[in-house]
Ligand binder design. Structure first.
Ligand code: 5GP
Length: 132
């Protein structure tokens, strides 16, 4: 099923893109738990993460690790956490969240407010830190 994430992948709606390859797309979450909160998605429009085929599932985590390492270089944090929710957008994705406190992993907590300029600057910095 096509969702808003398919439109983001196809550039039909804008996103603060960090990186992409043939199979995956990484971009800043528009409503972040913490600055640097990133979504990594497969380009295939499969709803549930654990329904992905074995290869896409494994490669998604490998790609997410590369993005997490870039986030950790750029965003001051204790570590980057990974969460899987999927209650809002039915297109498989993992959340990478820079963690400084348990609250940063709390999706019900108030979100971080960022300006468009902040999103652009941060996405560009993380993008530059991604190892090829
Ligand atoms: P989940 O499906 O894992 O419960 O949550 C979906 C996540 O996608 C949320 O954190 C939400 O802020 C984010 N999100 C929803 N729509 C958009 C969008 O159009 N652009 C971006 N960058 N993030 C979105």
């Amino acid at each position: 099923m096509e969702t808003i994430f398919t439109k983001i992948i196809n550039q039909e709606i804008p996103s603060y893109k960090i990186a992409e390859n043939d199979s995956f797309y990484a971009f800043l979450d528009i409503n972040p738990n913490a600055k640097g909160h990133t979504l990594v998605i497969p380009k295939k429009p499969i709803d549930k993460l654990f329904d992905l085929d074995e290869e896409t599932y494994a490669d998604l985590f490998s790609y997410a690790r590369k993005i997490a390492q870039a986030i950790e270089k750029v965003v001051p944090c204790n570590r980057v956490g990974l969460s899987v929710i999927g209650l809002e957008v039915p297109h498989a994705h993992v959340h990478l969240i820079p963690l400084n406190s348990m609250n940063d992993a709390n999706f019900a907590a108030p979100k971080e407010k960022m300006t468009s300029e902040e999103f652009i600057t941060l996405a560009n910095k993380i993008a530059e830190a991604v190892e090829n």
